[in-house]
Ligand binder design. Structure first.
Ligand code: ADP
Length: 484
């Protein structure tokens, strides 16, 4: 089977969030199962710099607005999964992030930048493919950035390649003014409710969900949630109409990258067999972050985008109460200014107990995951979430809301789940400041009991969080599609 995996980010080439982690790991797991999978990604500066064995493979012309691009083929570092990078300096060679400029403002031509990504994915899916002898059977698109691909496949009359769209987050829908329709060379006939029109604009995500052959999302609970008004972000109607074609597959994690017994970002390593050493990691984190070195102070870790979705405004509201109970807080993240400022003000008030790092920092994210006692993740919605699973792997039980992938990956601590050795974290029964506060207090109560606490840590550390099971489920979907 030949699979083209289309994505706007893939770790370790380029990462802004969970999509990159998935795009780094899932293709590798599928390749390990013997399938021929290639990643298609925009050639941002970091991608071209980090690609292994890059060489020019093809040139594609007659594209909307920009005429032509070259395709650079290479390999992912470490996993060696083949990569096709789109080399188009006018679109992708810029300072700033994949989606925003250096001031954090969306690039004004994102419709074109990701329209071209989608168009090229569709061109590579045609029978006169530009890559000799390599025509995909499956084109697997991810989130809005590549979701225009199924529309292009349809309008270009491609019948061979089947398309899959994976939703990693419904909140991002790629909506742009309708005048992009002609610039992206899309037929006007698709600009309607049964097409890619969405409240007077065009939506890349809607295009994908409407025209693709099958939809997947990143957890079984989220697959159900997005068909309801509270989580569907306006697309619940379309999604419930296609209900039988939506599959929820829980993400795995990269168990080599996230492994406390080998983590190259840590000086001290530990595993479920040497959990006592986690204390040393906590101490060095406290030193590194200028917190009081105190093993008895429960250290609460947070690594997150600071947005409404992640619910950290609720945490900020109750943080002082938690600090007064003797806890410490280590936060790494960036996002909404009001939240950043709120956390910085908290740090000013409690300098020995609170560490706030605004920004993106891969090594520190590992150190916080390993050195903390509890991981805080009170998301209002969470398609899958990876950090809570990293928490499990690092013996750092998470406090989570009962939604999406959090509900599917964390088992609440109760007398029953403790006795069955199934307890792995603390699930809030309602999404509110009070709900969060009482869950953290409940966790702190168990933290006092070293034996039970160790049991909760070990239950999480022993879980199989690898990609194997999920990759098999994706393969089964590809095979069913091809058999149709
Ligand atoms: P989302 O994709 O919604 O942001 P996930 O939990 O699915 O949330 O994935 C977030 C990923 O991004 C994790 O790998 C997490 O460690 C990482 N991450 C988020 N913020 C930061 C940051 N400030 N520095 C380093 N890594 C971060």
């Amino acid at each position: 089977m030949r699979i083209l995996f289309v994505t706007s980010e893939a770790y370790p080439l380029i990462k802004t969030g969970g999509l990159a982690d998935v795009s780094g790991s899932l293709p590798a797991a599928i390749a390990e199962m013997g399938e021929d999978i290639r990643i298609l990604i925009p050639g941002y500066p970091l991608v071209l710099e980090k690609l292994i064995n890059p060489r020019v493979l093809a040139s594609i012309s007659d594209l909307p607005v920009i005429n032509s691009v070259t395709i650079i083929s290479g390999e992912m570092p470490e996993t060696k999964v083949p990569v096709l990078a789109i080399n188009c300096p006018s679109l992708y060679q810029r300072a700033g992030g994949p989606y925003v400029d250096t001031n954090g403002v969306d690039w004004g031509d994102n419709a074109l930048r990701f329209g071209i990504l989608s168009k090229i994915a569709a061109i590579l899916g045609t029978s006169n493919s530009y890559i000799q002898d390599w025509i995909p059977d499956i084109v697997h698109c991810n989130d809005w950035q590549s979701a225009l691909t199924p529309a292009y496949l349809k309008f270009m009359g491609v019948e061979h390649a089947k398309s899959v769209v994976s939703i990693h987050n419904m909140a991002f829908q790629g909506c742009f003014p309708s005048n992009w329709l002609s610039q992206l060379e899309l037929p006007y006939s698709c600009y309607q409710m049964n097409g890619l029109e969405y409240y007077g604009q065009i939506s890349f995500l809607k295009a994908g969900l409407y025209y693709c052959d099958v939809i997947t999302t990143v957890s079984p609970t989220y697959a159900k949630e997005i068909q309801t008004e509270n989580y569907g972000f306006g697309m619940q109607g379309l999604l419930s109409h296609r209900s039988h074609e939506i599959h929820g597959i829980l993400n795995g994690i990269d168990i080599h990258e996230w492994d406390p017994s080998k983590d190259h970002y840590l000086d001290t390593h530990y595993s479920h067999k040497s959990l006592d050493k986690k204390r040393e990691v906590k101490q060095s984190l406290q030193k590194q972050l200028d917190l009081t070195v105190d093993n008895d102070a429960p250290l609460l870790g947070i690594v997150s985008r600071l947005t409404y979705q992640k619910g950290l405004d609720m945490f900020l509201s109750v943080a002082e109460k938690i600090l007064k109970q003797g806890c410490q807080i280590a936060l790494l993240g960036s996002g909404e200014k009001k939240l950043e400022d709120g956390f910085i003000a908290l740090k000013m008030k409690y300098p020995d107990k609170v560490s706030i790092n605004i920004g993106y920092n891969e090594p520190l994210s590992h150190a916080i995951m390993a050195g903390s006692d509890l991981f805080i993740m009170p998301s209002r919605f969470e398609p899958c979430g990876l950090n809570q699973m990293y928490g499990l792997r690092y013996g750092t039980p998470p406090v989570v809301t009962n939604t999406g992938g959090l509900a599917d990956s964390i088992r609440d601590t109760t007398p029953e789940s403790i006795s069955k050795h199934e307890a792995t974290g603390f699930v809030m029964d309602n999404v509110s400041e009070q709900g969060l506060l009482s869950s953290i207090q409940r966790a702190l109560g168990y933290y006092e009991n070293k034996e039970i606490w160790r049991g909760i840590q070990l239950n999480g550390m022993r879980k199989d969080l690898s990609w194997k099971k999920s990759a098999r489920e994706y393969l089964a979907i590809y095979k069913t599609l091809l058999a149709k």
